[in-house]
Design a protein around this ligand. Structure first.
Ligand SMILES: [Zn+2]
Length: 463
């Protein structure tokens, strides 16, 4: 690792300010900024104002508590690195609700340090991460008088409530937010506290299939064998969506899937993962899925199709001999880059229409979607993060492909056209969203050094 800066200055500054830093972290955690509950609206705003004060204190400019359709977004920037790249730093200051309260060992908004853990709602998700970025910027500005690159801080207050105001705010501020990369710190390390970078997230498209037959339920003795049964028809349709070995049967479904490279496959194979332990933890008889892909590839790097719910006809005790008037299913597909949720929905609808048996009316509704996202392992911004993690945690990171979604990633990619690097430091069992949430203070402290190092590395590799 090369660094032209003077790490001892930064290190001694960080050593000397640890107590004050932990005090400030605790102050931030005391705001009960629960975005989902209207009675905490004022708390959200107070947390936003506190962050704005913090930004001003470390020397950020254009600091603003900016209104959205929901809770405010805190913006501030430092643009003194002429000719250097610009990074957006995103975090969210809102937190999940705390119930069931009785399962907390200490009150969720009265932070306590136990051993190497900071315990409080938001300590990991996501206030700890915001605080690490603030302290990294503060330490660099205090010791060097400047940052190696330009930073634009965007701290949201609605992430835990689906970010209703974020996309419109990003669009309205697109010029102000011009940058080279977005750093989202809202993820964590891999099991065993192994440093990790999440490089891909799956998208989703969610649909409902409705099958309509006769206007009312019919006697299956009197009419069976002459009219189409919507429940049978639905079963026929669903069976035609996926083969027994897990391959989706919708023509064109895989056309836009970006194939895994050798490096991608090697990175997934590197993750410490025990298939048998996983099977046992899921409580299932066997693991299934596309034959040519490993379990981790199927879980994070391949698209899927699943029936999420199924209803229609008679389901009470005993028997009732009817041909039901209608039957329904909820179906969702997890998507990978470059599948487009709208295009996949159209392919699904067309396939359902094609395979539906005669005698029933079939409708397919689109209930929701989210785009997949990916920043390749060999992207310079990913590699800069990898070097920073290796230099500070002493181990090159693992690369995770997350099976779920973080919708804000797609917002930054789509709305601002930026590559997104997901760099987070919480432990996988940190109880995010659950009682007794905690942040490992070693990860927090080392993470501040990682972030400072990352900005240096980014300035070099994107500059
Ligand atoms: Zn979060």
């Amino acid at each position: 690792m090369t660094s032209t800066q003077a790490p001892t200055d930064l290190e001694s500054y960080l050593e000397g300010t640890r107590d004050a830093r932990l005090g400030s972290y605790a102050d931030f955690l005391r705001f009960p900024s629960v975005s989902a509950l209207p009675e905490h609206s004022d708390d959200c705003r107070r947390a936003a104002e506190w962050l704005a004060d913090q930004l001003r204190a470390i020397g950020a400019e254009h600091v603003e508590v900016s209104e959205t359709s929901a809770h405010p977004i805190v913006y501030g920037d430092w643009l003194g690195a002429d000719g250097a790249p610009t990074a957006i730093v995103y975090g969210h200051y809102d937190v999940q609700p705390v119930d069931p309260l009785e399962l907390w060992d200490s009150p969720p908004f009265e932070p306590v340090i136990k051993g190497e853990r900071m315990l409080a709602r938001g300590s990991a998700d996501d206030k700890g991460h915001i605080h690490m970025h603030l302290r990294a910027a503060e330490a660099l500005l205090a010791t060097r008088g400047s940052l190696p690159l330009n930073l634009k801080f965007v701290f949201e207050g609605d992430e835990e409530a689906s970010s209703p105001g974020l996309d419109a705010w990003l669009e309205a501020h697109a010029r102000q937010l011009e940058a080279d990369v977005a750093i989202i710190s809202d993820t964590g390390f891999f099991e065993g506290n192994l440093p990790a970078i999440t490089v891909a997230l799956r998208g989703i498209v969610y649909a409902q299939i409705d099958v309509f037959g006769p206007p009312v339920d019919l006697h299956s003795g009197g009419y069976g064998g002459t009219v189409q049964n919507p429940a049978n028809a639905l079963a026929w349709i669903l069976a035609g969506l996926k083969s027994p070995d897990g391959v989706v049967q919708i023509p064109g479904f895989y056309d836009d899937v970006v194939a895994l490279t050798e490096r991608d496959r090697a990175a997934l194979a590197d993750l410490p993962f025990d298939e048998e332990a996983y099977r046992e933890a899921m409580g299932v008889l066997a693991l299934v899925g596309e034959p040519d892909f490993s379990v981790l590839e199927r879980r994070g790097a391949r698209p899927t199709l699943d029936v999420n719910g199924l209803w229609g006809g008679f389901h009470g005790d005993g028997s009732k001999t009817i041909i039901p008037a209608h039957a329904h299913a909820k179906v969702s597909c997890r998507l990978v880059v470059d599948q487009d949720p709208g295009a996949i929905f159209d392919l699904l609808s067309a396939h359902v229409a094609r395979i539906a048996p005669p005698g029933v009316r079939v409708e397919v509704q689109r209930l929701g979607d989210g785009r997949p996202s990916l920043t390749p392992i060999d992207h310079p911004a990913t590699q800069a993060a990898a070097r920073a993690l290796e230099a500070t945690f002493g181990r090159s990171p693992l690369y995770i492909r997350e099976g779920g979604s973080i919708p804000i990633c797609a917002s930054f990619e789509e709305t601002l056209g930026l590559p997104v690097v997901l760099l987070g430091f919480s432990q996988p069992d940190c109880h995010a969203h659950a009682p007794n949430e905690w942040m490992d203070l070693r990860n927090y402290e080392t993470g501040i050094r990682t972030i400072a190092r990352y900005w240096d590395e980014l300035a070099t590799s994107l500059g």
